[in-house]
Design a protein around this ligand. Structure first.
Ligand code: AMP
Ligand code: MG
Length: 279
């Protein structure tokens, strides 16, 4: 039995374990971001290597078939590992079919539109796996925490987001949302590393410390986004991310299972070209 199947037999597939049940109350205070569900680092790294090969094959089929779009959403507090996940997991993909979009503070043009405009323009086409590094969820996270719009405005957005995501799904997009959970100690360590390491310093802004001070407000905003927007059609996966190897493994494994369910298949090719002799 492959390592992956052994763990699944004992602990249940990660996809079931980590999925946030629709309508549940999420309490991040009771969640352990160091959990690894019985896995250990070394075998997990081998398992990840296998998982990446599997993902690469699946993406090749998805791209060739051009029938389904897959939208992957990554959220998490600063230093939770959104960029690292993209680097490690998405390295499995052919970049041709894998557009990545990072959502920053909205530009003047973006602010001139509704909050879904900039994300809708970047949703993946059929055959593509589109990756969102941050997303429309910022509009119920940073926007809520900093009161950038009144409560009555942001509080309507959970239902709006669910309805919008549902439209995408009904029109052929599969949505997979990962929330990368770390704790405050882990964030402290990672922010310190950023300050100390000249190759990472560019990622650090003083304002990151102001955000860190708002930990509890962010926690509440995350809990609501996870609880209110994990739906049957667009589930959230709550990924313990203190250990980067587990985070990478979980994201790769869940993503591969989701794409596997779409059963992407190579198109047959033009009739009659089998056995064609090319001189
Ligand atoms: P980074 O991901 O480190 O490049 O930072 C991007 C920054 O943009 C973060 O501080 C986000 O909170 C901020 N941001 C993203 N979307 C929004 C939004 N809709 N409104 C305000 N700030 C945002
Ligand atoms: Mg940042």
């Amino acid at each position: 039995m492959r390592a992956r199947d052994e763990h699944a037999a004992k602990h249940g597939p990660l996809r079931e374990r980590l999925r946030v049940k629709p309508g549940s109350e999420v309490s991040l205070g009771h969640f352990d971001p160091s959990e690894t569900y019985g896995r250990e680092r070394e075998p997990a790294e081998l398992e990840l290597a296998e998982g990446l090969v599997r993902l690469g094959e699946l993406q090749d089929r998805l791209w060739a078939e051009a029938r389904h779009a897959v939208l992957v959403i990554l959220q998490g507090i600063d230093a939770a590992g959104k960029d690292g996940t993209i680097r490690h997991v998405m390295s499995a993909f052919n970049p041709m079919g894998c557009p990545v979009t990072s959502f920053k503070v909205p530009t003047d043009e973006e602010r001139g539109h509704d909050y879904l405009w900039r994300v809708h323009r970047r949703t993946p086409a059929k055959g593509e796996i589109g990756i969102f590094n941050r997303s429309h969820y910022e509009d119920v996270l940073v926007v809520r925490v900093h009161e950038l719009v009144p409560r009555e405005t942001w509080s309507r957005r959970y239902d709006q987001i669910n309805a919008w995501e549902r439209t995408l799904v009904e029109e052929g997009t599969t949505i997979v949302k990962f929330f990368l959970a770390i704790d405050q100690d882990e964030q402290r360590q990672r922010l310190r590393d950023r300050v100390e390491d000249p190759t990472k310093r560019w990622k650090f802004r003083r304002a990151d410390l102001d955000e860190r001070a708002l930990w509890d407000s962010y926690r509440r905003a995350f809990e609501d986004a996870l609880g209110r927007c994990s739906t049957d059609w667009a589930p959230w996966y709550l990924v313990p991310s203190n250990r980067k190897w587990f985070r990478n493994l979980a994201v790769a494994d869940i993503l591969a299972d989701v794409i596997d369910d779409l059963a992407p298949a190579y198109p047959p090719g033009e009739p009659g070209i089998e056995g064609l002799s090319i001189t």
